[in-house]
Design a protein around this ligand. Structure first.
Ligand code: NAD
Length: 422
């Protein structure tokens, strides 16, 4: 990289506020801080050019600082046009000397030009979110594939795509699937997204959830979190699913389970969390009540059919920040939050730092593992090794001041035997 001062951010004068907020998040990220201290001493990423493609938030800034402390030459590029925190992007450049390409609300051309600029840094390691960077490196920038020794992937949707690429025999380098770590999806996807999604919906609309019918599309890790938090706010939660096991679980967790066509008729608020496309379509929109509010917290903005909403509308207007109003020909109004993009990252601040501490500990240790094992890793999608996952859980418990019991030798023997005590 020619210089670490390469950047495109909104305004460097925002840096002091960004620094304060990055430090605030850092206090909630003790596991990552401990890794940063060790990385400073051991320099496990020394000399590696690393492309971080994640939302430009305070938590990501602390991850980037950690990777830099480990010796990596880091370039950060926003993984979503609406999730950038401009003060954080400024602080990364101005205070922490980390190359950063991220502007909140950037248009599509700028967004893709930022990815290009970051790829121009000739990365050897990638940290992807939704397999976008992998997509670029496997198409327009194939000539750079040979430079990459490994990558990590943050989210469910990305892991699904990377496994498909591997199954096609086309994956160009090994991937550590951070999302597959238990200390990632059990906590980040469920509790982090659960809370921050509700936060985003409330910040955008200021609606009272109590007494409302709140429809959650998908009962995976994210859907479970959103459903349980919406119930906690007093909403009557309805779940839609395509998987009988998950639908059964939702029903036994006490939620009403309906097909979307029926839920559409009675829902006040909708939030999709499936990783799938076309979960809410024109047919559903035609049945919705006046005032229905639509949002999405799945990775891509394809879960709600936005083109259909636009074509059904006779009039659209900006109702309030992050909320667009669509008037139907019969006078009904439907509201869409944050253009159907990740509502928690667009209208709120993404996951609380305390939970990102574990996700990003997995990212940092995943990168270290990939570098240390580069010679033996094949072009496959690997889970985060169980020892790393368990170590993160152990460290997190310790930082939360929680002690747990230890197996006695006798108990360990008993649990490993097939005949003792029967
Ligand atoms: N907003 C965030 O910050 C955030 C955080 C983590 C994950 N994600 C994203 O959220 C999405 C869901 O992640 P997850 O970990 O819960 O995945 P998951 O695979 O655990 O769950 C997805 C669920 O959606 C269901 N589903 C699929 N198509 C459906 C349809 N048409 N209608 C109803 N249900 C359907 C599946 O059966 C499954 O149960 C992914 O795109 C993931 O990348 C977002």
């Amino acid at each position: 990289m020619a210089t670490t001062k390469r950047y495109d951010v909104k305004d460097l004068a925002l840096a002091p506020e960004g620094v304060r907020r990055i430090q605030w998040a850092d206090r909630q990220m003790p596991v990552l801080a401990a890794i940063r201290e060790r990385f400073e001493r051991e320099q496990p990423l020394s000399g590696y050019r690393l492309f971080v493609y994640l939302p430009a938030t305070t938590e990501t800034a602390n991850l980037a600082r950690t990777l830099k402390a480990g010796g990596a030459d880091v370039v950060l590029c926003a993984s979503n046009p609406l999730s950038t925190q401009d003060d954080v992007a400024a602080a990364l450049v101005d205070e922490y000397d980390i190359a950063c390409f991220a502007i909140k609300g950037e248009d599509n051309d700028t967004y893709y030009s930022h990815i290009e600029a970051a790829v121009d840094h000739k990365p050897q390691l990638t940290m992807d979110d939704g397999a976008d960077v992998i997509g670029v490196l496997h198409s327009a920038r194939r000539e750079q594939l040979g430079d990459i020794i490994a990558g990590t992937e943050e989210t469910t949707t990305g892991v699904i795509r990377l496994k498909a690429l591997e199954a096609d025999g086309k994956l160009g380098f090994p991937i550590i699937a951070v999302n597959e770590a238990k200390t990632k999806h059990l906590f980040d996807n469920r509790y982090g997204t659960g809370q921050s999604t509700i936060d985003g919906i409330i910040r955008a609309t200021n609606v009272l959830l109590a007494g409302k019918r709140f429809v959650v599309g998908g009962y995976g890790w994210v859907g479970r979190g959103v459903a349980s938090r919406a119930r906690g706010m007093g909403a009557h939660v309805i779940v839609t699913e395509v998987d009988p096991m998950r639908a059964l679980e939702a029903a036994m967790d006490g939620f009403e389970v309906l097909p979307m066509a029926k839920a559409a008729e009675i829902g006040d608020l909708f939030c999709t969390a499936t990783g799938d496309k076309g979960v809410i379509t024109a047919e559903h929109m035609k049945r919705m009540k006046d005032g229905a509010i639509l949002s999405n917290t799945g990775h891509f903005d394809v879960e709600i059919d936005k083109p259909a909403l636009r074509s059904l509308a006779t009039e659209t207007r900006h109702a309030r920040e992050f909320v667009e109003e669509f008037t139907m020909d019969d006078g009904r109004r439907i509201y869409l939050i944050a253009e159907g993009r990740l509502v928690n990252l667009s209208a709120a601040e993404g996951h609380p730092a305390l939970v990102m501490d574990m996700s990003f500990a997995n990212q940092a240790l995943g990168a270290e593992y990939a570098v240390a094992n580069a010679a033996s890793l094949e072009r496959k999608v690997y889970p985060v090794p169980d020892e790393i996952d368990r170590e993160i859980a152990r460290l997190k418990l310790a930082t939360m001041g929680i002690d747990i019991d230890q197996l006695t030798e006798e108990q360990a023997r008993y649990l490993a035997s097939w005949d003792e005590g029967t």
